[in-house]
Design a protein around this ligand. Structure first.
Ligand code: PHE
Length: 331
């Protein structure tokens, strides 16, 4: 039979030397488990005399107490070492600079378009949209554009099908025609969208550009309403001290027609043309099923690229279509 004090020393030493919690548990099973020398000794107690049993009992208790103390001490050491190791591996380095997350934004043209639409929506206009591939009927006929008008010549118009009279719309006025043929006055709409013209590309021309056209039709609409609306628009967009002036002009679908300029210090004349406008021609109202004796209206058309370039000092329209992020991220 193994000597108990020796066994005790071996058990305490083994516990103290356990390299990790797993090994410590193996030591516990080896020295105090069901098939350990300790268990054997406890079983053997039955065969001892009362005196021997008392002495052995004390030794066994001393063994258990000594082992428990060694076990607990080592357990505490190993557990805190394991915790420290875990904290070390899971430590967050708060001094690391964060990874940059690139944030997108709407294209400059979209921003300006939204800003312009906001002004009109604030004035009570609804937004109407229509197809980019349009019939000649809406793009020309209903708008009083005669078959021999230069705008119809292939030079300006990109035809999808000549036989079927299908074009890429040359302005967003056909959307206004669509609104007039389907809605009763009072009407107040703005029509944003891309338009197409067979122009060659240079710093100020693009075969694709963006327009916002507006239309108001109601009883008693006069040129004063047109002027007031566009003055408000010009001031919201370019600054409260802006003036506008109207110059006589010509459009097939408006009579009278006016070109509108805003004050612009950078131009030698002090004025800059920003849009075309006029009172809706009675022929257009009639063609769209609206009684010109009862109703009158005004219409206007603005180029969004023009406004974006003016507002942000962009000198080449191609910058708005090149999708160069170095340019786009500056806005
Ligand atoms: N449709 C014209 C254009 O594209 C603009 C415009 C609209 C002019 C309404 C007057 C009235 O040039």
């Amino acid at each position: 039979m193994t000597e108990l004090p020796e066994l005790q020393a071996a058990a305490v030493a083994a516990a103290g030397a356990a390299a990790d919690l797993e090994e410590l548990d193996e030591v516990r099973v080896r020295f105090t488990g069901k098939r350990s020398p300790l268990a054997e000794l406890q079983q053997g107690m039955r065969d001892l005399s009362p005196d021997e049993r008392k002495a052995r009992g004390q030794q066994l208790n001393a063994f258990k107490a000594a082992f428990a103390a060694a076990y607990d001490a080592r357990h505490a050491e190993l557990a805190s070492a394991a915790l420290r190791a875990r904290l070390e591996t899971e430590r967050l380095d708060l001094t690391l600079p964060p990874r940059r997350v690139p944030v997108g934004r709407p294209h400059l043209l979209t921003q300006v378009e939204q800003e312009m639409l906001d002004v009109f929506v604030g004035l009570g206009f609804a937004v109407a949209e229509g197809p980019e591939v349009e019939s000649g009927t809406y793009n020309f006929d209903l708008l009083n554009i005669e078959p021999d008008h230069p705008a119809r010549q292939e030079m300006d118009t990109i035809y999808v099908s000549r036989e079927d009279d299908v074009v890429l719309r040359t302005h967003t006025s056909p959307v206004q025609a669509r609104v007039m043929t389907t809605q009763e006055p009072p009407i107040a709409v703005v029509c944003p969208g891309r338009v197409f013209r067979a122009d060659s590309v240079d710093a100020t021309h693009s075969p694709v550009f963006t327009q916002i056209e507006g239309l108001v039709v109601a009883e008693g609409i006069t040129m004063a309403h047109l002027r007031g609306t566009l003055l408000t628009f010009a001031r919201r967009l370019f600054g409260e001290d802006r003036q506008i002036r109207m110059r006589p002009s010509f459009f097939p679908f408006t009579e009278p027609s006016a070109e509108i300029d805003v004050t612009y210090e950078k131009h030698p004349s002090g004025w800059l043309e920003i849009l075309g406008s006029g009172m809706v021609d009675p022929n257009v109202l009639t063609a769209c099923g609206i009684d010109p004796l009862r109703y009158s209206g005004f219409a206007f058309g603005i180029g969004v690229e023009r406004v974006a370039m003016l507002r942000h000092g962009v000198t080449d329209i191609r910058d708005l279509f090149d999708s160069d992020v170095r340019f786009l991220t500056t806005f």
